[in-house]
Design a protein around this ligand. Structure first.
Ligand SMILES: *Cc1c(COP(=O)(O)O)cnc(C)c1O
Length: 375
C-alpha cells in the first residue's frame, strides 16, 4: 500500500526532543521555540513570528487582532479548508465567498471589489497548493478600501510571490506545520506579523491575554490579565521537532519539487491529449511543491481514477467540499454571486501522493495512473 501521505522525519527530531527535556523546559516559549522564531524571521523577513499550536489558531488570532465584531464581513474563497472561515465566524464575522481563478485555483482578484460592502473589514486570501494569489492587485484593492489582508499561507512555507515569502505580504500571515504540510510538527502553526503594528498585542493574545512575555523581558515587574486571549502556543516538544524540520527546509523543498516535476513531466502527454489538466504556476510565483493535483474531465472519471488507484494500493484523495454550499457555510456565511469554478473544480480535482521517501514507488504510481487514464 502506498499511502497518500507519510510524515517525513529528518532524523534530528528525537535528539532535539531529548534536549528539550534536558533543558528542563517543556512548556512553551523555551529555547526551541526561540530557535523556530529566529528561523521564521530570517527566512520570511516578518517583523514578528510566533509559533502557535496550529494554523487554525494563527487565523483565530488574526481575527482577534483585527477586532472583528459581529456582522463584519471577510471576503475569502470558498475553495479552502474550514479553518479559513471558522476563525472569523468565531468572532461573529460573516465569510463572504467569492469564486476562484481557473488557472491557479486561488481567489479571483477580479471578483473581490464587487463583493465589498460597508461592512467589509478584511480579505483573507488562501495560497492554494503553495502557489501565490495575485497579491499586487489584492493589496491595491485593500488599500483603496481600507481593508486588512490576512494570508492563509497554511500550504505556503518556502513559497514566494515576486520574491516575497508568502505570509508576509498582507498584514498577517498564518502558516501550518500539520503533518500533511511540507515542514511539520504533527500539529503546529505560526502567526507572521509583517510589521510591528500587531506584534505586541499578538504576544498578549497568545499568552492567555496576559503581558507575560513583557514580564520575562523585564519590561514590566509583574504580569497580569490585560486583553482577550487564549493558550495559542505549542509546547517545547513540538517546537523541538519543528526546529529539526526547519534546519532541513531547503532539502525538503528540493526533494518535493523533484517529485512534483516527475508527475508534471509525466502528465504533459495526457494534458496534450485532453485527458487531464495539470497545475499552472505563474512565472512570478516560486512554489514549494506542496501538492500535485490533476483536474479530470468529469466527476465520473475522477471516481473511476481514485477507485482504480485504490485497487492498485495507491492512495489518492480529493478536496474541498466548497464552503459556501456546506451546512456551516450556509449558516454562517454567504456566497457573492455564483461560484461556478469552485463547484466545477471541487468535483474534478484529484491529488496524487507526494511525500519524501516515495521516490522508489514513483514508477509504480505513474504506471498505474497511466493505464487508468488511457482506459
Ligand atoms: C491545513 C490548512 C489549514 C489548517 O491548518 P492546521 O495547522 O491544521 O490548523 C488552514 N487552511 C488551509 C488552506 C490549510 O491547507
Amino acid at each position: 500500500m502506498i499511502p497518500f501521505n507519510k510524515p517525513y522525519l529528518t532524523g534530528l527530531e528525537l535528539s532535539n526532543i531529548q534536549e528539550a527535556h534536558a533543558n528542563g523546559h517543556l512548556s512553551g516559549d523555551g529555547p526551541f521555540t526561540k530557535k523556530c522564531h529566529a528561523w521564521l524571521r530570517e527566512n520570511t523577513g516578518a517583523a514578528r513570528a510566533l509559533l502557535t499550536h496550529s494554523c487554525t489558531a494563527a487565523l483565530e488570532m488574526s481575527a482577534m487582532l483585527l477586532n472583528l465584531a459581529p456582522g463584519d464581513e471577510v471576503i475569502m474563497p470558498s475553495f479552502t479548508f474550514v479553518s479559513t472561515a471558522n476563525a472569523f465566524v468565531l468572532r461573529g464575522a460573516i465569510p463572504v465567498f467569492v469564486d476562484i481563478r481557473t488557472d491557479t485555483l486561488n481567489i479571483d482578484e477580479r471578483l473581490i471589489e464587487a463583493a465589498i460592502t460597508p461592512k467589509t473589514k478584511a480579505i483573507c486570501v488562501v495560497h492554494y497548493a503553495g502557489v501565490s494569489c495575485e497579491m499586487d492587485q489584492i493589496m491595491a484593492i485593500a488599500r483603496r478600501h481600507g481593508l486588512a489582508i490576512v494570508e492563509d499561507a497554511a500550504q505556503g512555507i518556502m513559497s514566494k510571490y515576486r520574491g516575497k515569502p508568502l505570509g508576509t505580504i498582507g498584514d498577517l500571515g498564518a502558516l501550518s506545520f500539520h503533518e500533511t504540510k511540507n515542514i511539520i510538527s504533527g500539529e503546529g502553526g505560526a502567526l507572521l506579523c509583517r510589521d510591528d503594528e500587531f506584534s505586541e498585542r499578538a504576544e498578549i493574545l497568545r499568552e492567555k491575554g496576559t503581558n507575560r512575555s513583557r514580564f520575562f523581558r523585564g519590561q514590566v515587574d509583574k504580569y497580569t490579565w490585560v486583553d482577550l486571549g487564549s493558550s495559542f502556543l505549542p509546547g517545547e516538544v513540538t517546537a523541538a521537532f519543528l526546529a529539526a524540520q526547519m534546519e532541513r527546509a531547503d532539502d525538503i523543498t528540493a526533494k518535493r519539487l523533484s517529485i512534483w516535476s516527475t508527475y508534471h513531466d509525466w502528465a504533459a502527454e495526457h494534458e496534450a491529449a485532453g485527458r487531464v489538466r495539470r497545475p499552472i504556476i505563474p512565472e512570478h510565483c516560486d512554489h514549494n511543491a506542496h501538492m500535485y493535483y490533476l483536474l479530470m474531465p468529469s466527476p465520473e472519471v475522477r471516481t473511476h481514477f481514485i477507485e482504480g488507484m485504490k485497487a492498485k494500493g495507491i492512495g489518492c484523495v480529493f478536496h474541498y467540499i466548497p464552503l459556501h454550499s456546506s451546512p456551516g457555510g450556509i449558516q454562517y456565511g454567504r456566497a457573492h454571486g455564483v461560484l461556478n469554478t469552485t463547484d466545477d473544480v471541487s468535483d474534478r480535482l484529484v491529488r496524487l501522493p507526494l511525500w519524501i521517501g516515495i521516490e522508489p514507488y514513483m514508477d509504480n504510481i505513474i504506471h498505474a495512473a497511466d493505464s487508468l487514464l488511457r482506459s
